[in-house]
Design a protein around this ligand. Structure first.
Ligand code: S3P
Length: 450
């Protein structure tokens, strides 16, 4: 468990290597872990998932599977899921608490729609504020009856008679979202025809890669713009989904905090082995490269259908940069870490086209600007992004985390190179996605006190 208050003291360079063969490694990818557990539950037979991320949000998914009558276990650190085939979920289940996890809620909604299960999906007060109309509206078009609380959770799903197919969906997503896409692809498994989705940006494609590995016909292609369109098509399978036997890559979004930590902390050099390098997730590495960061990327092939490789990161001076368009989508979870890099970069950094950040665990545009200002950084909100004028020393002090695991980790990283310690109450939220964050920082040489 992460302690509920951290104090990060500046002035300690980071060094060392994180590798699956060593004492510490980058934990398994959160997005892929959610999918692996859920998709395996829909397959016929036993799946084995190595390097699964056991954390707050993935526990919500595993608990949901238990409620739905799916058995899972942990064997030598690997997650075993005893899938019961497509009709294997209970037809009627008690309320499912998705905790803080929007991925759990949105992906489950699609799977439950496909299986015809009647239940209620709910979550924490924070999750109840997240927009659910984006899945509810297209699911209703497919013939699912769902009640909402003004477009938010709790969502009441009505059951459906076994054997009745859903209406095939052709749909334009107003915003690029892998959660919405994945929800609709899951529902599309039980549709009476092809699902065709059009998105305005290249959202992560882990669901498509995994479904293909399970024998489903699903393809991605893009049409050049402007504006470019990203199209996903899925043909409902005739037989069962095949079980998964895979080892997950390290989570590039967790690695992001360590990458920024090493870049901004003078005298640092770290190696992160077997990190996911799916091109829909590597936007931060591109952005930091444009800022002048010294990051060596050594691709190391694929694991479980996902590209991965090693990162060697050295501290380096940064300069401001402008970020917009598809790059925003490819680094959508990395803006907390990126904003800290921008605070340490000389000159102006401008982020545009990023209004989606206002609908994450908190309004990340408002939260980041407010907390950076509290550390003496010139940071200003715009409707769809922010402007940071960086390169001046960061003062220390107490910050707020807004119940957001990524804001908490980003501010801890900011403290590594500030003028005085940064104190972070509410740090226990880090457990949601990266329980090993503090021990790993300490292993690399940081001075973190609880
Ligand atoms: C995720 C998709 C993204 C991301 C989230 C995980 C996923 O959300 O921010 O942390 O696993 O599909 P959106 O689909 O809302 O962009």
């Amino acid at each position: 468990m992460t302690p509920d208050r951290l104090i990060v003291r500046p002035g300690f360079a980071l060094s060392g290597s994180l590798s699956p063969d060593g004492q510490f490694a980058i934990p398994g990818d959160k997005s892929i872990s959610h999918r692996a557990a859920l998709f395996a539950a829909l397959a016929a037979g036993e799946s084995r998932i190595e390097n699964f991320l056991f954390s707050g949000v993935t526990q919500a998914m595993l608990n949901a599977l238990t409620t739905l009558g799916i058995a899972w276990s942990v064997e030598n650190g690997a997650l075993m899921v005893h899938g019961r085939g497509f009709g294997g979920f209970k037809k009627r289940a008690p309320l499912i608490d998705c905790g803080n996890s929007a991925t759990t809620l949105r992906l489950l909604a699609g799977a439950l729609a496909a299986c015809g299960t009647a239940t209620t999906l709910d979550g924490s007060p924070g999750l109840r504020k997240r927009p659910m109309g984006r899945i509810v509206e297209p699911l209703r078009r497919m013939g699912i009856s769902i009640q909402t609380q003004d477009g938010c959770a709790p969502l009441g799903l009505e059951g459906r008679q076994g054997g009745k197919r859903l209406t095939a969906l052709e749909y334009i997503l107003p915003v690029a979202s892998a959660q919405v896409k994945s929800c609709l692809l899951l529902a599309g498994l039980a549709a009476d025809g092809m699902t065709v989705l059009r998105e305005p940006g290249p959202s992560r494609d882990h669901s498509e890669r995994m479904l293909r590995a399970m024998g489903v016909e699903v393809e991605n292609r893009s049409e050049a713009g402007p504006p470019a369109v990203y199209i996903t098509r899925l043909v409902p399978p005739v037989g069962d989904l095949q079980p998964l036997h895979m080892k997950l890559p390290g989570d590039s979004s967790s690695a992001a905090f360590l990458v920024v930590a090493a870049v901004i902390t003078p005298g640092s050099e770290i190696t992160l082995r077997q990190v996911g390098l799916n091109p829909t997730r590597t936007g931060l590495l591109d952005a930091l490269g444009q800022m002048g960061a010294d990051i060596q990327i050594e691709a190391a092939g694929e694991q479980g259908g996902e590209p991965l490789g090693d990162l060697i990161v050295r501290s380096s001076p940064l300069h401001g940069v402008e970020i917009s368009g598809d790059l925003v989508v490819r680094m959508i979870d990395e803006f907390p870490a990126f904003a800290v890099a921008a605070a340490y970069a000389q000159g102006e950094t401008i982020v545009r086209d990023a209004q989606e950040l206002r609908y994450k665990e908190t309004d990340r545009i408002a939260a980041l600007c407010h907390e950076l200002r509290s550390l003496s950084v010139a940071a200003e909100e715009t409707p769809d992004g922010f402007i940071v004028r960086g390169g001046k020393p960061l003062s220390g002090g107490q910050v707020g985390v807004y119940g957001d695991h990524r804001i908490a980790m980003a501010l801890a990283v900011a403290g590594l190179a500030a003028q005085a310690p940064v104190e972070i109450p509410g740090a226990e939220i880090i457990h949601e996605s990266f329980p090993q964050f503090v021990p790993i920082l300490e292993f690399l040489g940081a001075n973190v006190m609880s």
